[in-house]
Design a protein around this ligand. Structure first.
Ligand SMILES: C[S@@+](CC[C@H](N)C(=O)[O-])C[C@H]1O[C@@H](n2cnc3c(N)ncnc32)[C@H](O)[C@@H]1O
Length: 232
């Protein structure tokens, strides 16, 4: 977490938009750790989460229902655009990245924050494996949820945007996040039940067994986050 604080601590964000904000997890980090901001806007299409966020709004912190593929702002409106742990929930990643680039002013900050699953820490591997299974089950059920990235894949996504002054930062999440993942492990049976009778059910059960074994041996921690910041 210290690395994230350092990376954001020398940034004046101006007007910033957080894409796929869900509970404002990354937006509130920008609020707490950036050197300054003028306004923070979080957008999402999940109305249940947005309703809960209404109570967290302030004069300069707002949340809106909006589709990432069609941002309702003029070109160059924002000093910073961020997308956190959302890229792997999109069927047209390029479409969203283009739209983010459009609303970002020249010299503005582009922030991509994503967890990666190819880490060396065995306890983090438990989370990586769990997330891959979750994405595969969601896909089987027709939801858009792609496999999480490898570290180099995230860096390539950012590099392909031709940003200047790329900063690449790794950080571990807080203990509370590790606990949340542990709670999710308790829901493995429920996840499997949602696909019982599907052709890949046996395969999913095998994956779940491997995850449980890894957890028994090493415990679980949330995967490392990679934050890439560049300027347009
Ligand atoms: C895993 S959550 C990310 C939460 C948070 N940003 C974080 O870092 O933990 C992905 C979010 O992306 C949102 N999302 C998916 N497609 C979207 C779209 N087309 N427009 C806006 N939000 C979208 C989902 O509703 C979900 O809340």
């Amino acid at each position: 977490m210290e690395n994230l604080k350092i990376a954001l601590g020398n940034k004046d964000l101006g007007r910033a938009i957080d894409i796929g904000t869900r509970r404002g997890e990354f937006l509130f980090r920008m609020k707490d750790y950036s050197r300054s901001y003028e306004k923070l806007i979080g957008i999402d299409i999940n109305t249940d989460e947005l309703d809960k966020l209404k109570f967290k709004e302030e004069k300069n912190v707002r949340f809106h229902f909006m589709n990432a593929y069609d941002l309702e702002y003029p070109d160059g409106y924002f000093g910073a655009v961020s997308i956190s742990n959302t890229l792997h929930h999109l069927n047209d990643m390029e479409g969203v990245l283009n739209e983010m680039t459009r609303v970002l002013k020249d010299d503005g900050y582009f922030l991509i924050n994503e967890m990666f699953h190819d880490c060396d820490d065995n306890s983090k591997k438990t989370h990586g494996m769990l997330h891959i299974l979750e994405a595969e089950i969601d896909t089987e059920l027709g939801r858009i949820h792609n496999k999480t990235f490898e570290k180099e894949e995230i860096i390539k996504v950012a590099s392909d945007l031709n940003l200047r002054s790329l900063e690449i930062v790794e950080y571990s999440e807080t203990f509370e996040f590790d606990k949340k993942i542990e709670k999710k492990l308790g829901k493995l049976d429920g996840m499997l039940a949602s696909v019982s009778g599907y052709p890949k059910y046996e395969y999913f059960c095998d994956c779940a067994d491997k995850i449980r074994k890894n957890y028994d041996n090493y415990g679980v921690k949330r995967c490392t986050q990679l934050l890439v910041i560049g300027r347009k």
